[in-house]
Design a protein around this ligand. Structure first.
Ligand code: UT7
Length: 331
């Protein structure tokens, strides 16, 4: 198997989730649902919910500090902070700037990227582009969400799905002869499908007071349509990346899919012929954490030894927009 020489390596990862656990049984007391329905339709058993004083930037900072420690770097070493979120601290400035201040990453440029659940694949692709073009040496990529703040806790269609958390990765310039690192990336969007998964709160299309009066500030989703698009788009991304690198599903050691629904993950591996035991799954414990989902899974999989050095790891994600993408990495 001869693959492109990577220019960007993964130097460190970290994640942080709030302590408070909200179980399906807790949700049974809040809306007309059951543990059985949630588990069988989504694979989720529990999710983490942040206490009111916690901010997205704080959650991201905790994750970033762990990733920097894992990478053996100081905050001052970071050239660029890229942050994927749909639940930033403010409309502006960027949450990345708040994280920069909290970390003391005084030499960095910082910005947010809004690609919903595909956020981490998007920012990691940008990190690879910045590093391989010589514009940055160390890029901190963070996905962090406080989805509990934009969920309608009276809507059983959505409130059972989401959770809070953050994950971070340090991407760095690879030595010239490296076989480890980013081998390929693929990004795609379809802006014709914006209405299927969205939240209007904080946007400028309609005055906020009107949005709140109409109770439209929360996440809304056409579940079945999103489900089908997620399976098709994630499978397309996996197949495309495999094909253009002359690989098959057998060559992949670990698949890290967006953790939205175990049935979506199962359908993707069936379509793309990747063995189920190669898929890292934590949706049962954290639910769907949008942009934080892949970096939390990645950090956890590396920490627990599910991912081993030298393995071929494929990330694949899908989210509102629609946005989707994949990233192929030699660990
Ligand atoms: O992160 C971005 C990507 N997001 C996703 O990938 C999510 C994609 N969508 C999904 O994961 C699934 O569509 C859901 C988990 C959201 C829903 O599962 P489903 O199998 O598609 O269920 P459904 O929406 O077709 O609803 C089936 C039934 C409905 O009742 P009726 O109309 O058949 O009587 C719903 O009202 O299940 C009902 N239902 C519930 N029942 C108990 C919906 N939510 C719940 C609930 N508890 N929480």
């Amino acid at each position: 198997m001869s693959l492109k020489t990577p220019k960007t390596i993964l130097l460190g990862t970290g994640y942080h989730v709030p302590e408070k656990v909200l179980t399906n049984f807790d949700l049974e007391k809040m809306v007309d649902t059951s543990d059985e329905w949630i588990r069988t339709r989504t694979g989720i058993k529990e999710r983490r919910i942040a206490s009111p004083e916690l901010t997205t930037s704080q959650l991201c900072t905790f994750a970033a500090q762990k990733a920097l420690k894992d990478a053996g770097l100081q905050p001052e070493d970071i050239d660029v902070i890229l942050l994927g979120t749909i639940t930033g601290d403010a409309l502006f400035p960027s949450t990345a700037c708040y994280v920069q201040e909290k970390l003391g990453a005084v030499n960095a440029a910082a910005m947010d990227v809004q690609a919903a659940c595909a956020g981490f694949v998007y920012i990691s692709t940008l990190a690879d582009a910045l590093i391989s073009s010589g514009k940055a040496k160390h890029v901190l990529a963070i996905g962090g969400e406080l989805l509990s703040r934009i969920v309608d806790w009276t809507d059983r269609n959505t409130c059972v799905l989401f959770g809070d958390g953050a994950g971070a990765a340090v991407w760095s310039r690879a030595p010239g002869d490296s076989t480890r690192g980013v081998i390929d990336t693929y990004l795609k969007s379809d802006g014709r499908l914006t209405e299927l998964l969205c939240s209007y709160g904080g946007g400028t299309n309609t005055p906020l007071a009107q949005i709140v009066a109409e109770n439209r500030q929360f996440i809304t989703m056409k579940g079945q349509e999103v489900f089908k698009a997620a399976v098709n788009s994630m499978s397309e991304a996996v197949e495309l990346v495999l094909a253009r690198n002359n690989l098959t599903g057998d060559d992949i050691d670990v698949l890290i899919p967006h953790q939205a629904n175990i049935r979506i993950m199962n359908a993707v591996v069936k379509k793309t012929k990747i063995a189920e035991e190669k898929v890292y799954v934590n949706v049962d414990r954290f639910g769907n954490t949008s942009a934080a989902s892949i970096p939390i899974a990645l950090a956890e999989a590396r920490e627990t030894g599910f991912i081993k050095p030298g393995q071929l790891v494929l990330h694949v994600s899908f989210g509102g927009g629609f946005t989707w993408g994949a990233l192929l990495l030699r660990e």
